[in-house]
Write a protein that binds this ligand. Structure first.
Ligand code: ADP
Length: 427
């Protein structure tokens, strides 16, 4: 009797264990299906699991399909938003209430230097290192921001100027709101141009002020002193006035030349010019000038140099500016060498070399800037305007060429420019 009871109990226990195991397998299968978002087939569940599991499978499948549809919809919307923002030139950024980046478009990469999709989820302060920008973000949240605010951003030693506009988005149902949307416009180019313009006006005013105040002073002395001034002093005053008037005149002339070269229509009159003939006539003309007395002027033109399509007057001016400098800065007795040679790249290289004092290496990168002088006093004393090399650069660049300088202190200086050799039709 006891044995029979034991057998019945053992069978019942075995059946229960099997049932538990099959339920456990069914739970695992369902869990896996939800995780992978893959609907379950009837045969995926163990048969022994029972009809309640079949209802659970159907309900689970419905949920999985619904979630899939919602996800597809969201991905589509995001893709649409990203495509729209991606085509914008302006950088767009959305942050939540704790400055966590929710959205950033492609254009932001140019500003932050980081791929837009990789900054999503990061904090704003770790992406754009600007206390000024963060202060602006706060002022937008407080509703106290100006509509367009310029902020300076320094990343890896490079300064970028941004015009930022921010607005609050009241995101419904989000615990991380309100969100703030920013449109950032890169205005670095405009800022740089503005600085160049301001510097230029300041430089011109400075250059005009000195000779004008000297002229004014001497004229006043002459007018007030009348007959009391000895004749020799009067003559000396007049000569000084003359010198400074000439300086003003050359400054205005150079400024006019520069402004014409920088205008939309610089009036380039290209024609076929034989480089050897042009350089020979320039050197012949210089040999008769008093400024060249005491210098050794030499010309060396490679026989391969032929015809270029250039504005002869402008190229003459560029060569003359370089020759004038060599004659001015290299002492009497120095050698001034004008050469031209053809380079494989299809360009002619013209060089003016002197064995004068040379130029310190630190000054070389700035020489072609307007009003840049190595020795300000010496340049002014020699009647220099500080614009000669800038004019050379503009003329050469208008012809599609390059300018450069090589110099060693105590050994001399060589200024070179290239002129592309192109067919007449390209000119
Ligand atoms: P500037 O009217 O003062 O000569 P430039 O633009 O022609 O103006 O030249 C800029 C500066 O470059 C000069 O002030 C001078 O200091 C320097 N420089 C130009 N050419 C030479 C040269 N051949 N040797 C030494 N210094 C030179």
């Amino acid at each position: 009797m006891f044995i029979a009871l034991s057998i019945v109990l053992a069978v019942a226990l075995g059946a229960s264990v099997l049932k538990i195991l099959s339920h456990r397998r069914a739970v695992r299968t369902l869990q896996q299906a939800i995780l992978l978002k893959q609907p379950l087939l009837r045969e995926d569940l163990p048969e022994a699991a029972g009809p309640a599991w079949e209802q659970l499978r159907i309900a689970g499948n419905e949920l999985i399909t619904e979630v899939g549809q919602l996800q597809q919809q969201r991905t589509g919307q995001l893709a649409q938003l990203e495509a729209t923002l991606g085509s914008l030139q302006e950088a767009v950024l959305i942050v939540d209430a704790s400055n966590c980046i929710l959205l950033a478009n492609q254009a932001l990469q140019a500003i932050s230097g980081r791929v837009a999709t990789r900054i999503i989820g990061h904090r704003l302060e770790s992406v754009l290192h600007s206390a000024e920008f963060l202060a602006y973000v706060d002022s937008v949240r407080l509703g106290k921001a100006q509509p367009q605010h310029a902020v300076e951003l320094v990343e890896a030693g490079q300064t970028t100027w941004l015009e930022v506009t921010g607005t609050i988005i009241h995101s419904q149902g989000s615990s991380r709101g309100p969100w703030t949307l920013f449109v950032l416009h890169d205005i670095t180019k405009q800022k740089k141009l503005e600085t160049v313009r301001k510097d230029f006006v300041a430089n011109v005013s400075h250059e005009l002020r000195t000779p004008l105040s000297i002229i004014k002073g001497y004229v006043e002395t002459l007018v007030d002193g009348r007959e009391d001034i000895p004749v020799e002093d009067r003559e000396r005053f007049l000569k000084t006035i003359q010198r400074h008037t000439e300086r003003l005149n050359s400054l205005l002339e150079d400024l006019l030349v520069l402004s014409r070269l920088e205008s939309i229509n610089p009036g380039l009159k290209r024609e076929a010019v034989e480089i050897p003939a042009l350089l020979t006539s320039i050197i012949d003309d210089y040999r008769n000038r008093p400024a060249a007395a005491g210098h050794r002027l030499e010309l060396e033109v490679d026989s391969s140099c032929g015809t270029v399509f250039v504005d002869a007057l402008k190229i003459t001016q560029a060569v003359e500016n370089l020759l004038n400098n060599a004659l001015q800065y290299a002492p009497k007795g120095s050698r001034v060498h004008l050469t031209a040679r053809q380079q494989d790249l299809g360009e002619i290289i013209v060089t003016v070399r002197d064995n004068g004092p040379g130029i310190p290496a630190a000054d070389l990168p700035h020489l072609f800037e307007r009003f840049y002088r190595v020795d300000k006093g010496r340049s002014r004393e020699k009647g220099g305007t500080g614009l000669g090399l800038s004019i050379v650069k503009h003329i050469v660049q208008l012809h599609g060429g390059r300018v450069w300088v090589e110099s060693r202190l105590g050994e001399g200086t060589a200024f070179s420019f290239s002129l592309p050799l192109r067919g007449k039709s390209d000119a």
